[in-house]
Design a protein around this ligand. Structure first.
Ligand code: KIV
Length: 271
């Protein structure tokens, strides 16, 4: 697919119009300049600088260890590679849960230091006050409900959330509260497709699903999962579009062989 250079920058208003027009929204994570540039040129609508950087970039088991300054470093790199997509930056664990002032300060720091266009944070009604405060300061906020990886030690598992009626009802309530608090969109992670469909229909703002079925207004995948860089992670919801791990291994093995056999560099590859 070739992308028209005249296409305008994606804003939160564009996303709202896409929902109204029934046009699906595409979102992918990125953490560095080079991949962000490729994704932006490919025509992706939203690039999420996810705190999944903690897993896929830093090798931690959970998203909890990554710091605000580390997220800012990743976001700065991504923003340098983007000219069209909307860049959303995750607020990491411990940078907003304390109180709404802490949340506002973290959001402002991200916006000032990265040039990103919006922030995302996890959680329902407990975060509504912080979201209102951040939105009132002029910073667009994306919410995140369902499986919220920053609460992994509370859940104890990464399995599907809100299968039971009580949790499903709470999620529906939270979704409406986050919309009223001013979120411009909501990520719905790993919840039953039927529930995600109900939530998506009930909201004015777009929902972006990951493991939440096809009725969401958009979809997001972690780049390392969909490109097959991280092949150990194979949840049912994941569609793997490439096997980069295999391709890179093959390329590097060929390079090693060429070096060892004195085949690289050849006459044309030297001065
Ligand atoms: O950090 C992340 O990559 C995310 C997506 C899974 C939505 O929050």
């Amino acid at each position: 697919m070739s992308v028209n250079k005249e296409i305008k920058k994606i804003t939160t208003n564009t996303l709202q119009k896409m929902k109204t027009a029934g046009e699906k929204i595409s979102m992918i994570t990125a953490y560095d300049f080079s991949f962000a540039q490729i994704f932006d040129k490919s025509g992706i609508d939203i690039i999420l600088v996810g705190d999944s950087a903690s897993n896929v970039m830093a090798g931690h088991e959970t998203t909890l260890p990554i710091t605000l300054d580390q997220m800012i470093y990743h976001a700065q790199s991504v923003v340098r590679g983007v000219s069209r997509s909307l860049v959303v930056v995750d607020l990491p664990f411990g940078s907003y849960q304390g109180n709404s002032r802490e949340a506002l300060n973290s959001a402002i720091k991200v916006m000032k230091e990265t040039g990103g266009h919006a922030i995302k944070l996890e959680g329902g009604e407990h975060e509504a006050e912080s979201i209102k405060r951040i939105v009132n300061s002029g910073v667009p906020v994306m919410g995140h409900l369902g499986l919220t990886p920053q609460s992994i030690y509370k859940f104890g598992t990464y399995t599907v959330r809100a299968k039971e009626e009580i949790e499903a009802e709470q999620l529906k309530k939270d979704a409406l509260l986050l919309q009223e608090a001013g979120c411009f969109a909501l990520v719905l992670e790993k919840i039953p497709a039927k529930l995600a469909a109900e939530v998506s229909i009930s909201l004015r703002i777009p929902t972006i699903g990951i493991g939440a079925g096809g009725a969401c207004d958009g979809q997001v995948l972690v780049m390392h999962d969909m490109l097959g860089i991280n092949t150990a992670f194979k949840p049912r919801f994941l569609r793997q579009y490439l096997n980069m791990s295999e391709q890179i291994t093959g390329a590097v093995q060929q390079y090693i062989k060429d070096v060892k056999e004195g085949d690289f560099p050849n006459e044309e590859e030297q001065y």
